[in-house]
Structures are given as C-alpha cells and as structure tokens.
Design a protein around this ligand. Structure first.
Ligand SMILES: Nc1ncnc2c1ncn2[C@@H]1O[C@H](COP(=O)(O)OP(=O)(O)OP(=O)(O)O)[C@@H](O)[C@H]1O
Ligand SMILES: [Mg+2]
Length: 282
C-alpha cells in the first residue's frame, strides 16, 4: 500500500443487505501504461451505489476521479478488482451507463438540440421515429429548453449546452448517469442554478447518479453520499452521508465541509499547497 494514506473509514448508512447494489465497485486498481511509466491512477477503490443514490466522488486533481468514471462507463478495464452493474461485470460501454462531461463541446455542432438528444436513442436502436422525438422532447422540456429544440449548439450558452447534454443522457433512461464535473466550466451563478435544476430533476425522476467533483460545497449540496479519495493514486479515505436536502448552507453543512477538508488533507504532502487551494473553492 502506498505510504501516507489512512485506511478507509465508514460511517452513516448501513449497507443495504435486502437487495444488491446497483453499482458495485470492488477493489479497483487502474493503471495507465505509458512508454516510460506505469501510472497507478486508483488503488483498490471500493464503493457501492444504491438505486436512487446521488453518489458523489470528491478528491483532488489527479486522484483518479475521471479514470474511475471511465472504468464504470466501460471505457477502461481495471488491472485489479471488478465493477458490477446489477450484478453483471462491466466489460464494455453500454446504453445502461451514460456519461456527461465537463466540456461544452460534447454536442454535435451540425445537429439541432432535438437531433442531438435523439442521436443516441437512434444509434443504439433504443427508439426511432415519433417515439424518439417524443422521448427527446420530454427531456428537453425537463431541462427547460423546449423553445430551443431547433437551435444549433453554437446558438446556445455554455449552461444551455450542458443542459442539452444532460437531457441527451437522461433521454436514454440509463441505469446510472455518470457526470464528470459537468458544471466546472460554468460561471458561479449558472453553476448554482444548474445544481438546483439537477436536484429538481432528481426530485421528479429519482434517477441514480454518480457525480464527480473536486468542489467540497458542490459535493455536500448535490450528494446523498460522498466518497472521499486521497491524492494520487486515489484511495478511499471515507464514505459519508451528506446533510439533508436543502441544508447546504446550514452550520451542519459548514462543519461537514471542514471535516471533509481535514480528512482529504490529513496526509497532505508538504510543498503541494496548490492542491488544497484548488479543492477548497468552487
Ligand atoms: N491516458 C492517460 N495516460 C497516462 N496517464 C493518465 C491518463 N489519464 C490520466 N492519467 C493519470 O492518471 C491520474 C488520474 O487522472 P484523472 O484524470 O483520473 O484524475 P482526476 O481526479 O479526474 O483529476 P481532475 O480533477 O484534474 O480532473 C493522473 O496522475 C493522470 O496523470
Ligand atoms: Mg477529471
């Protein structure tokens, strides 16, 4: 085990033994082989996501959050451990897991909003014709973009493009929505609004989401459960429950924020203060 890390501590909700978890990540180590090096991105990471969880992974830059999400998506294979979705080992990408990325350019620029949202429905053979249009329009309405259905991506703001990407993901009605810092490139006001909209959507649809962020306030606001990863290589530091919905500005949330910060940086290596600064803010 690499030095400078503490064993994972667990508190909060007891494991649900009545049913299997929707997503079960067990002892997952992921390495990248480059010509010169073998980079260990995550080391023996384990967690379980239950149906309807808003499960947030938080950790400093480079700790392997995106790597983990890509592995859940089936784009990367673990070198050790396994990832199961509904009991089945994940070996490749599938329409049951849809990713939403940080970048604003994840839409196809030559397609309208409606065409973009319909695209995966059609290419995966999930729906076609009128049924695809109806499904797409339903989710476009959910993200409040009905009047922009026939607009092209270049006519939209960054926040609007992210809402299209979310609608596109949700229209597939995946078992789990994988979101990799989807709001990180937005201005603070838009980011807050998008967080509120995501929570409102969750209230309505109760989808399961695995959300990656390096922002502690965002993790507390959005998450029902929060997984803390240590700096590179990412190891589980703790898995905790967040504060109740709508309590993100409470004293309890502030105390939880400090607790998370202290846990994440308990083993901070001297000479790397920029990592702490990067994670403390939005
Ligand atoms: N394709 C790759 N080839 C080699 N190393 C990689 C590759 N992608 C990521 N890494 C390395 O794996 C580690 C984890 O990277 P990852 O992108 O998963 O981190 P992250 O937690 O998402 O960081 P950030 O918060 O900056 O997005 C880093 O050390 C990174 O340099
Ligand atoms: Mg990342």
């Amino acid at each position: 085990m690499p030095q400078g890390t503490t064993p994972a501590s667990h508190r909060g909700r007891a494991p649900d033994l009545s049913g299997q978890p929707l997503l079960d990540v067990r002892g997952v180590t992921i390495q990248y082989k480059t010509q010169a090096h073998l980079v260990t991105a995550t080391y023996r990471v384990s967690f379980k996501v239950l149906q309807g969880d808003r499960f947030v992974v938080v950790g400093p830059s480079g700790c392997g959050k995106s790597t983990l999400l890509k592995a859940v998506g089936g784009y990367l294979a673990p070198t050790e451990g396994e990832i199961r979705l509904k009991g089945e080992v994940v070996t490749k990408p599938g329409p049951d897991r849809i990713m939403v990325f940080q970048e604003f350019d994840q839409l196809l620029p030559w397609m309208t909003v409606l065409e973009n949202v319909m695209f995966p429905l059609k290419t995966t053979g999930t729906l076609k014709g009128k049924a695809a249009v109806e499904r797409a329009m339903h989710y476009i309405e959910k993200v409040k973009l009905t009047e922009f259905a026939n607009s092209y991506p270049h006519m939209l703001s960054g926040g609007m493009k992210q809402r299209v990407a979310i609608a596109r993901g949700m229209a597939m009605e995946p078992d789990i929505l994988l979101m990799d810092e989807p709001f990180a490139a937005l201005d603070a006001l838009t980011r807050t609004r998008m967080q509120d909209e995501l929570l409102a959507l969750w209230d309505e649809i109760r989808f399961t989401v695995l959300f990656v962020t390096h922002s502690i306030p965002e993790a507390i606001k959005l998450g029902s459960r929060i997984l803390l990863l240590s700096p590179h290589p990412g190891q589980v530091k703790a898995e905790i429950n967040s504060v109740p919905r709508g309590q993100e500005n409470s004293n309890e949330a502030a105390a939880l924020g400090r607790e998370i910060h202290d846990m994440l940086f308990a083993d901070q290596i001297e000479g790397a203060p920029n990592v702490a600064n990067a994670i403390a803010g939005h």
